[in-house]
Design a protein around this ligand. Structure first.
Ligand SMILES: NC(=O)c1ccc[n+]([C@@H]2O[C@H](COP(=O)([O-])OP(=O)(O)OC[C@H]3O[C@@H](n4cnc5c(N)ncnc54)[C@H](O)[C@@H]3O)[C@@H](O)[C@H]2O)c1
Length: 415
Protein backbone atom coordinates (compact mmCIF):
# COMPACT_ATOMS: atom_id res chain seq x y z
CA UNK A 1 0.00 0.00 0.00
CA UNK A 2 0.97 3.61 -0.33
CA UNK A 3 -0.22 5.55 2.69
CA UNK A 4 -0.25 9.32 3.17
CA UNK A 5 -0.17 10.83 6.66
CA UNK A 6 -1.06 14.52 7.03
CA UNK A 7 0.31 16.06 10.25
CA UNK A 8 3.50 14.45 11.57
CA UNK A 9 3.17 15.24 15.28
CA UNK A 10 2.76 13.04 18.35
CA UNK A 11 0.08 11.04 16.53
CA UNK A 12 1.06 11.22 12.87
CA UNK A 13 4.78 10.43 13.05
CA UNK A 14 4.49 7.16 15.02
CA UNK A 15 1.64 6.15 12.70
CA UNK A 16 3.67 6.91 9.57
CA UNK A 17 6.60 4.93 11.01
CA UNK A 18 4.30 1.99 11.86
CA UNK A 19 3.13 1.70 8.23
CA UNK A 20 6.67 2.08 6.90
CA UNK A 21 7.93 -0.61 9.31
CA UNK A 22 5.31 -2.97 7.86
CA UNK A 23 6.87 -2.43 4.43
CA UNK A 24 4.39 0.11 3.04
CA UNK A 25 5.45 3.26 1.23
CA UNK A 26 4.51 6.29 3.29
CA UNK A 27 4.21 9.91 2.25
CA UNK A 28 4.44 11.99 5.43
CA UNK A 29 3.20 15.54 5.01
CA UNK A 30 3.52 18.42 7.44
CA UNK A 31 2.93 22.15 7.15
CA UNK A 32 5.93 22.85 9.41
CA UNK A 33 9.07 22.96 7.23
CA UNK A 34 11.32 22.40 10.29
CA UNK A 35 9.73 18.98 10.81
CA UNK A 36 10.11 18.05 7.15
CA UNK A 37 13.77 19.17 7.21
CA UNK A 38 14.43 17.19 10.39
CA UNK A 39 12.90 14.03 8.96
CA UNK A 40 14.78 14.57 5.69
CA UNK A 41 17.98 14.50 7.75
CA UNK A 42 16.81 11.41 9.64
CA UNK A 43 16.21 13.36 12.88
CA UNK A 44 13.15 12.63 14.96
CA UNK A 45 11.60 15.32 17.18
CA UNK A 46 9.16 12.95 18.96
CA UNK A 47 10.46 11.14 22.04
CA UNK A 48 8.55 7.94 21.26
CA UNK A 49 10.25 7.68 17.85
CA UNK A 50 14.03 7.51 18.27
CA UNK A 51 16.01 8.70 15.25
CA UNK A 52 17.52 5.20 15.00
CA UNK A 53 14.02 3.91 14.25
CA UNK A 54 13.83 6.27 11.26
CA UNK A 55 17.21 5.14 10.01
CA UNK A 56 16.09 1.55 9.39
CA UNK A 57 13.05 2.48 7.29
CA UNK A 58 15.04 2.28 4.06
CA UNK A 59 13.54 5.46 2.63
CA UNK A 60 10.02 4.01 2.84
CA UNK A 61 8.94 7.21 4.63
CA UNK A 62 9.07 10.23 2.34
CA UNK A 63 8.67 13.55 4.17
CA UNK A 64 7.07 16.31 2.14
CA UNK A 65 5.20 19.58 2.36
CA UNK A 66 3.51 19.19 -1.03
CA UNK A 67 -0.07 17.94 -1.03
CA UNK A 68 0.33 16.86 -4.67
CA UNK A 69 2.54 14.02 -3.38
CA UNK A 70 -0.56 12.48 -1.79
CA UNK A 71 -2.36 11.94 -5.08
CA UNK A 72 -0.67 8.57 -5.64
CA UNK A 73 -1.62 7.24 -2.17
CA UNK A 74 -4.19 4.48 -1.63
CA UNK A 75 -5.15 6.02 1.71
CA UNK A 76 -4.61 9.39 3.37
CA UNK A 77 -4.85 9.73 7.15
CA UNK A 78 -5.34 13.18 8.68
CA UNK A 79 -3.74 13.77 12.11
CA UNK A 80 -3.70 17.55 12.48
CA UNK A 81 -4.36 19.41 15.75
CA UNK A 82 -7.89 20.07 17.00
CA UNK A 83 -7.38 22.66 19.77
CA UNK A 84 -9.81 25.17 21.26
CA UNK A 85 -10.19 28.80 20.25
CA UNK A 86 -9.61 31.54 22.83
CA UNK A 87 -13.31 31.37 23.68
CA UNK A 88 -12.89 27.61 24.30
CA UNK A 89 -14.81 26.46 21.25
CA UNK A 90 -13.58 23.79 18.78
CA UNK A 91 -10.92 25.13 16.43
CA UNK A 92 -11.23 23.02 13.28
CA UNK A 93 -9.14 25.41 11.19
CA UNK A 94 -6.19 22.97 10.87
CA UNK A 95 -8.49 20.21 9.68
CA UNK A 96 -10.26 22.56 7.28
CA UNK A 97 -6.94 23.78 5.84
CA UNK A 98 -5.63 20.23 5.43
CA UNK A 99 -8.88 19.02 3.86
CA UNK A 100 -9.02 21.98 1.48
CA UNK A 101 -5.49 21.28 0.25
CA UNK A 102 -6.21 17.56 0.02
CA UNK A 103 -9.42 18.05 -1.99
CA UNK A 104 -7.39 19.77 -4.71
CA UNK A 105 -5.29 16.64 -5.31
CA UNK A 106 -7.66 13.78 -4.41
CA UNK A 107 -8.07 10.86 -6.75
CA UNK A 108 -10.87 8.40 -7.39
CA UNK A 109 -10.70 5.27 -5.23
CA UNK A 110 -8.72 6.83 -2.37
CA UNK A 111 -9.58 6.26 1.26
CA UNK A 112 -9.48 9.28 3.59
CA UNK A 113 -9.46 8.74 7.34
CA UNK A 114 -9.65 11.45 9.99
CA UNK A 115 -7.85 10.61 13.24
CA UNK A 116 -7.92 14.01 14.95
CA UNK A 117 -10.07 13.99 18.07
CA UNK A 118 -13.29 15.91 17.49
CA UNK A 119 -17.02 16.09 18.20
CA UNK A 120 -19.47 13.61 16.66
CA UNK A 121 -20.56 14.72 13.22
CA UNK A 122 -17.26 16.35 12.17
CA UNK A 123 -16.38 13.77 9.52
CA UNK A 124 -19.82 13.87 7.87
CA UNK A 125 -20.76 17.51 8.39
CA UNK A 126 -17.42 19.30 8.10
CA UNK A 127 -14.82 17.09 6.39
CA UNK A 128 -17.01 15.45 3.76
CA UNK A 129 -18.27 18.65 2.06
CA UNK A 130 -14.73 20.02 1.76
CA UNK A 131 -13.42 16.78 0.24
CA UNK A 132 -16.35 16.71 -2.18
CA UNK A 133 -15.19 20.07 -3.56
CA UNK A 134 -12.83 17.81 -5.50
CA UNK A 135 -15.82 16.84 -7.63
CA UNK A 136 -15.67 13.29 -6.25
CA UNK A 137 -18.56 11.85 -4.21
CA UNK A 138 -17.91 10.34 -0.78
CA UNK A 139 -18.92 6.69 -0.54
CA UNK A 140 -18.94 6.36 -4.31
CA UNK A 141 -15.76 7.87 -5.75
CA UNK A 142 -13.72 7.91 -2.56
CA UNK A 143 -14.01 6.32 0.85
CA UNK A 144 -14.25 8.18 4.12
CA UNK A 145 -13.92 7.05 7.73
CA UNK A 146 -13.06 8.22 11.20
CA UNK A 147 -10.65 6.30 13.42
CA UNK A 148 -9.65 7.78 16.78
CA UNK A 149 -6.03 7.74 17.85
CA UNK A 150 -5.33 6.10 21.19
CA UNK A 151 -1.64 6.88 21.46
CA UNK A 152 -0.37 7.63 24.96
CA UNK A 153 3.01 9.36 24.63
CA UNK A 154 5.68 7.81 26.81
CA UNK A 155 3.78 4.53 27.23
CA UNK A 156 5.67 1.35 26.39
CA UNK A 157 3.38 -1.49 27.56
CA UNK A 158 0.93 -0.92 24.69
CA UNK A 159 1.95 -0.13 21.13
CA UNK A 160 0.07 0.84 17.98
CA UNK A 161 -0.02 -2.87 17.12
CA UNK A 162 -1.38 -4.08 20.44
CA UNK A 163 -3.91 -1.28 21.01
CA UNK A 164 -7.26 -2.12 19.36
CA UNK A 165 -8.26 0.48 16.77
CA UNK A 166 -11.84 1.72 16.44
CA UNK A 167 -13.06 2.43 12.91
CA UNK A 168 -16.35 3.85 11.61
CA UNK A 169 -16.88 4.43 7.88
CA UNK A 170 -19.44 6.47 6.00
CA UNK A 171 -20.64 3.31 4.22
CA UNK A 172 -20.00 -0.41 4.73
CA UNK A 173 -17.41 -0.31 1.96
CA UNK A 174 -15.70 2.70 3.58
CA UNK A 175 -15.50 0.74 6.84
CA UNK A 176 -14.19 -2.33 5.05
CA UNK A 177 -11.44 -0.30 3.40
CA UNK A 178 -10.47 1.35 6.68
CA UNK A 179 -10.42 -2.00 8.51
CA UNK A 180 -8.17 -3.37 5.80
CA UNK A 181 -5.84 -0.38 6.17
CA UNK A 182 -5.48 -0.55 9.94
CA UNK A 183 -5.31 -4.34 9.88
CA UNK A 184 -1.80 -3.81 8.44
CA UNK A 185 -0.51 -2.27 11.67
CA UNK A 186 -3.01 -3.30 14.40
CA UNK A 187 -3.80 -6.78 15.68
CA UNK A 188 -7.41 -5.87 16.39
CA UNK A 189 -9.70 -3.45 14.58
CA UNK A 190 -13.07 -2.69 16.19
CA UNK A 191 -15.80 -1.71 13.73
CA UNK A 192 -18.60 0.69 14.63
CA UNK A 193 -21.50 1.56 12.38
CA UNK A 194 -20.78 5.26 11.71
CA UNK A 195 -17.98 7.83 11.88
CA UNK A 196 -20.09 9.63 14.50
CA UNK A 197 -20.02 6.62 16.85
CA UNK A 198 -16.24 6.38 16.41
CA UNK A 199 -15.83 10.10 17.11
CA UNK A 200 -17.93 9.90 20.25
CA UNK A 201 -16.18 6.76 21.51
CA UNK A 202 -12.90 8.70 21.65
CA UNK A 203 -14.53 11.53 23.59
CA UNK A 204 -16.06 9.04 26.01
CA UNK A 205 -12.61 7.54 26.70
CA UNK A 206 -11.09 10.93 27.47
CA UNK A 207 -14.06 12.29 29.39
CA UNK A 208 -14.07 9.13 31.50
CA UNK A 209 -10.53 10.01 32.54
CA UNK A 210 -11.30 13.67 33.06
CA UNK A 211 -14.32 12.92 35.29
CA UNK A 212 -12.43 10.38 37.39
CA UNK A 213 -9.41 12.67 37.79
CA UNK A 214 -11.77 15.46 38.89
CA UNK A 215 -13.36 13.11 41.42
CA UNK A 216 -10.04 12.18 42.97
CA UNK A 217 -8.81 15.81 42.86
CA UNK A 218 -11.90 16.89 44.76
CA UNK A 219 -11.29 14.07 47.22
CA UNK A 220 -7.75 15.39 47.74
CA UNK A 221 -9.18 18.80 48.71
CA UNK A 222 -11.57 17.15 51.15
CA UNK A 223 -8.79 14.99 52.57
CA UNK A 224 -6.79 18.13 53.31
CA UNK A 225 -9.68 19.41 55.44
CA UNK A 226 -10.19 16.04 57.10
CA UNK A 227 -6.50 15.51 57.79
CA UNK A 228 -6.53 12.18 55.92
CA UNK A 229 -3.74 11.13 53.55
CA UNK A 230 -5.42 10.95 50.13
CA UNK A 231 -2.68 8.66 48.77
CA UNK A 232 -3.30 6.14 51.50
CA UNK A 233 -7.01 6.19 50.64
CA UNK A 234 -6.38 5.74 46.91
CA UNK A 235 -3.88 2.93 47.58
CA UNK A 236 -6.37 1.17 49.83
CA UNK A 237 -9.29 1.50 47.37
CA UNK A 238 -7.04 0.24 44.58
CA UNK A 239 -6.61 -3.09 46.38
CA UNK A 240 -10.15 -3.97 45.26
CA UNK A 241 -9.65 -6.34 42.33
CA UNK A 242 -12.93 -5.44 40.59
CA UNK A 243 -15.27 -2.46 40.21
CA UNK A 244 -12.60 0.19 40.92
CA UNK A 245 -10.09 1.83 38.64
CA UNK A 246 -7.22 3.82 40.09
CA UNK A 247 -6.85 7.52 39.32
CA UNK A 248 -4.38 9.73 41.15
CA UNK A 249 -4.84 13.31 42.26
CA UNK A 250 -2.36 15.89 41.00
CA UNK A 251 -1.79 19.52 40.06
CA UNK A 252 -4.36 19.41 37.23
CA UNK A 253 -4.68 17.98 33.75
CA UNK A 254 -2.57 18.85 30.76
CA UNK A 255 -1.77 17.77 27.24
CA UNK A 256 -3.65 18.16 24.02
CA UNK A 257 -6.48 15.82 24.98
CA UNK A 258 -8.01 15.81 28.44
CA UNK A 259 -8.30 19.56 29.05
CA UNK A 260 -9.60 20.11 25.51
CA UNK A 261 -11.75 17.21 24.32
CA UNK A 262 -14.64 17.49 26.81
CA UNK A 263 -15.30 21.00 25.48
CA UNK A 264 -15.72 19.54 21.99
CA UNK A 265 -18.61 17.44 23.22
CA UNK A 266 -20.15 20.25 25.28
CA UNK A 267 -20.09 22.42 22.17
CA UNK A 268 -21.90 19.82 20.10
CA UNK A 269 -24.38 19.16 22.90
CA UNK A 270 -25.29 22.87 23.08
CA UNK A 271 -26.25 22.77 19.41
CA UNK A 272 -28.87 20.25 20.50
CA UNK A 273 -30.07 22.25 23.52
CA UNK A 274 -28.35 19.82 25.84
CA UNK A 275 -26.00 20.79 28.64
CA UNK A 276 -23.33 18.31 29.65
CA UNK A 277 -23.22 19.42 33.28
CA UNK A 278 -21.28 16.44 34.55
CA UNK A 279 -18.52 17.02 31.99
CA UNK A 280 -18.39 20.77 32.62
CA UNK A 281 -18.13 20.24 36.36
CA UNK A 282 -15.20 17.86 35.94
CA UNK A 283 -13.52 20.38 33.63
CA UNK A 284 -14.07 23.15 36.15
CA UNK A 285 -12.57 21.20 39.04
CA UNK A 286 -9.55 20.12 37.01
CA UNK A 287 -8.97 23.63 35.61
CA UNK A 288 -9.02 25.06 39.14
CA UNK A 289 -6.57 22.54 40.50
CA UNK A 290 -3.47 24.72 39.80
CA UNK A 291 -5.07 27.54 41.83
CA UNK A 292 -5.52 25.15 44.71
CA UNK A 293 -1.90 24.03 44.34
CA UNK A 294 -0.75 27.63 44.58
CA UNK A 295 -2.74 28.04 47.79
CA UNK A 296 -0.94 24.94 49.10
CA UNK A 297 2.38 26.53 48.12
CA UNK A 298 1.45 29.74 49.91
CA UNK A 299 0.47 27.77 53.02
CA UNK A 300 3.64 25.67 53.01
CA UNK A 301 5.77 28.80 52.78
CA UNK A 302 3.68 30.52 55.42
CA UNK A 303 4.16 27.63 57.83
CA UNK A 304 7.90 28.03 57.27
CA UNK A 305 7.55 31.71 58.21
CA UNK A 306 7.96 32.95 54.64
CA UNK A 307 5.83 35.00 52.28
CA UNK A 308 5.35 33.90 48.65
CA UNK A 309 6.42 37.37 47.64
CA UNK A 310 10.18 37.19 47.19
CA UNK A 311 10.48 33.47 47.95
CA UNK A 312 12.46 31.23 45.62
CA UNK A 313 10.16 28.46 44.37
CA UNK A 314 11.67 25.67 42.28
CA UNK A 315 9.24 23.56 40.22
CA UNK A 316 10.40 20.06 39.38
CA UNK A 317 8.84 18.97 36.08
CA UNK A 318 6.89 21.38 33.92
CA UNK A 319 5.70 19.11 31.09
CA UNK A 320 2.15 17.86 31.46
CA UNK A 321 3.12 14.28 32.21
CA UNK A 322 6.06 12.23 33.38
CA UNK A 323 8.65 11.11 30.86
CA UNK A 324 7.67 13.48 28.03
CA UNK A 325 8.54 17.06 27.09
CA UNK A 326 5.08 18.16 25.95
CA UNK A 327 4.05 21.36 27.78
CA UNK A 328 0.69 21.92 26.09
CA UNK A 329 -1.93 22.95 28.68
CA UNK A 330 0.48 21.86 31.42
CA UNK A 331 -0.74 22.86 34.89
CA UNK A 332 2.85 23.92 35.68
CA UNK A 333 2.43 26.87 33.33
CA UNK A 334 -0.60 28.11 35.26
CA UNK A 335 1.23 27.59 38.55
CA UNK A 336 4.20 29.65 37.32
CA UNK A 337 1.90 32.40 36.12
CA UNK A 338 -0.03 32.53 39.40
CA UNK A 339 3.11 32.41 41.56
CA UNK A 340 4.69 35.23 39.62
CA UNK A 341 1.51 37.23 40.13
CA UNK A 342 2.10 36.81 43.87
CA UNK A 343 5.69 38.00 43.60
CA UNK A 344 7.26 34.52 43.75
CA UNK A 345 10.73 34.08 42.28
CA UNK A 346 10.06 30.99 40.16
CA UNK A 347 12.61 28.66 38.56
CA UNK A 348 12.19 25.16 37.14
CA UNK A 349 14.13 22.03 36.44
CA UNK A 350 12.91 19.60 33.79
CA UNK A 351 15.19 17.18 31.93
CA UNK A 352 12.67 17.10 29.05
CA UNK A 353 11.98 20.86 28.71
CA UNK A 354 15.03 23.02 28.09
CA UNK A 355 13.22 26.32 27.84
CA UNK A 356 9.88 27.96 28.68
CA UNK A 357 10.06 30.70 26.10
CA UNK A 358 6.88 32.52 27.14
CA UNK A 359 8.19 32.93 30.69
CA UNK A 360 11.78 33.69 29.70
CA UNK A 361 12.93 30.68 31.76
CA UNK A 362 15.44 27.92 31.14
CA UNK A 363 15.71 24.66 33.03
CA UNK A 364 18.17 25.28 35.89
CA UNK A 365 20.84 23.02 37.30
CA UNK A 366 19.23 20.73 39.84
CA UNK A 367 21.84 20.47 42.56
CA UNK A 368 22.53 24.16 42.82
CA UNK A 369 18.89 25.21 42.77
CA UNK A 370 17.72 22.61 45.31
CA UNK A 371 20.12 24.09 47.82
CA UNK A 372 18.95 27.67 47.37
CA UNK A 373 15.16 27.26 46.90
CA UNK A 374 12.83 28.21 49.75
CA UNK A 375 10.39 25.62 48.43
CA UNK A 376 10.75 22.78 45.93
CA UNK A 377 7.49 21.62 44.31
CA UNK A 378 7.22 18.28 42.56
CA UNK A 379 4.77 19.17 39.82
CA UNK A 380 5.56 16.47 37.24
CA UNK A 381 7.42 13.47 38.54
CA UNK A 382 9.85 12.49 35.79
CA UNK A 383 11.16 8.99 36.55
CA UNK A 384 14.80 10.05 36.03
CA UNK A 385 14.91 12.07 39.28
CA UNK A 386 15.79 10.62 42.68
CA UNK A 387 13.10 12.07 44.95
CA UNK A 388 14.73 10.84 48.16
CA UNK A 389 17.76 12.89 47.25
CA UNK A 390 15.53 15.85 46.38
CA UNK A 391 14.03 15.74 49.88
CA UNK A 392 17.45 15.35 51.51
CA UNK A 393 18.95 18.33 49.68
CA UNK A 394 16.04 20.77 49.98
CA UNK A 395 14.89 22.93 52.86
CA UNK A 396 11.21 22.32 52.07
CA UNK A 397 9.45 20.03 49.54
CA UNK A 398 5.81 20.01 48.44
CA UNK A 399 4.86 16.90 46.48
CA UNK A 400 1.82 17.15 44.20
CA UNK A 401 2.35 13.67 42.70
CA UNK A 402 2.67 11.35 45.65
CA UNK A 403 6.11 10.09 44.62
CA UNK A 404 7.50 10.64 48.13
CA UNK A 405 4.91 8.37 49.77
CA UNK A 406 7.59 6.11 51.21
CA UNK A 407 9.61 9.01 52.65
CA UNK A 408 9.07 10.45 56.12
CA UNK A 409 10.75 13.82 56.63
CA UNK A 410 9.98 16.98 58.59
CA UNK A 411 10.65 19.15 55.52
CA UNK A 412 8.17 17.25 53.31
CA UNK A 413 4.51 18.09 52.62
CA UNK A 414 2.28 16.08 50.27
CA UNK A 415 -0.90 16.99 48.43
N1 LIG B 1 -0.88 13.71 21.47
C1 LIG B 1 -1.67 12.75 21.91
O1 LIG B 1 -1.37 12.06 22.88
C2 LIG B 1 -2.98 12.42 21.19
C3 LIG B 1 -3.62 11.23 21.51
C4 LIG B 1 -4.81 10.92 20.87
C5 LIG B 1 -5.35 11.80 19.95
N2 LIG B 1 -4.72 12.98 19.67
C6 LIG B 1 -5.34 13.85 18.67
O2 LIG B 1 -4.62 13.74 17.45
C7 LIG B 1 -4.60 14.99 16.77
C8 LIG B 1 -3.16 15.40 16.51
O3 LIG B 1 -2.52 15.58 17.76
P1 LIG B 1 -0.94 15.65 17.91
O4 LIG B 1 -0.67 15.55 19.37
O5 LIG B 1 -0.29 14.70 16.98
O6 LIG B 1 -0.66 17.14 17.41
P2 LIG B 1 0.75 17.78 17.00
O7 LIG B 1 0.61 19.25 17.14
O8 LIG B 1 1.86 17.07 17.71
O9 LIG B 1 0.90 17.41 15.46
C9 LIG B 1 0.07 17.92 14.48
C10 LIG B 1 0.91 18.25 13.26
O10 LIG B 1 0.02 18.69 12.23
C11 LIG B 1 0.72 19.68 11.49
N3 LIG B 1 -0.25 20.48 10.73
C12 LIG B 1 -1.08 21.44 11.18
N4 LIG B 1 -1.86 21.90 10.18
C13 LIG B 1 -1.49 21.22 9.08
C14 LIG B 1 -1.93 21.24 7.74
N5 LIG B 1 -2.92 22.05 7.34
N6 LIG B 1 -1.34 20.42 6.86
C15 LIG B 1 -0.36 19.59 7.25
N7 LIG B 1 0.10 19.51 8.52
C16 LIG B 1 -0.47 20.31 9.42
C17 LIG B 1 1.50 20.45 12.52
O11 LIG B 1 2.58 21.15 11.96
C18 LIG B 1 1.94 19.32 13.47
O12 LIG B 1 3.21 18.83 13.13
C19 LIG B 1 -5.36 15.96 17.66
O13 LIG B 1 -6.70 15.98 17.24
C20 LIG B 1 -5.28 15.32 19.02
O14 LIG B 1 -6.38 15.67 19.85
C21 LIG B 1 -3.53 13.30 20.27
Amino acid sequence: MKVGVVGLGYVGLPLAVAFAEEGHDVVGLDADPRKIDALGEGRSYIEDVPSEQLAVLDARLTPTSRFADLSSCDAVIICVPTPLTNSREPDLSYMIDAATSLSAVMQKGQLVVLESTTYPGTTRERLLPILEESGLAAGRDFHLAFSPERIDPGRTDFTIRTTPKVVGGLTDECTRRAVELYGQICDEVVEVSTPDAAELSKLLENIFRSVNIALVNELAMLCERLGIDVWEVVDAASSKPFGFMRFDPGPGMGGHCLPVDPFYLSYKAREHDFYTEFIELAGKINQNQPQWCVRRIERALNEAGKATNGSKVLLLGVSYKAGVGDIRESPALKIIHLLRGLGGDVAYHDPHVEELFDFGLNSVDLEESLATADLVCIVTAHPSLDYREVVERSSLVLDFRGVTRDIEAANLVRL
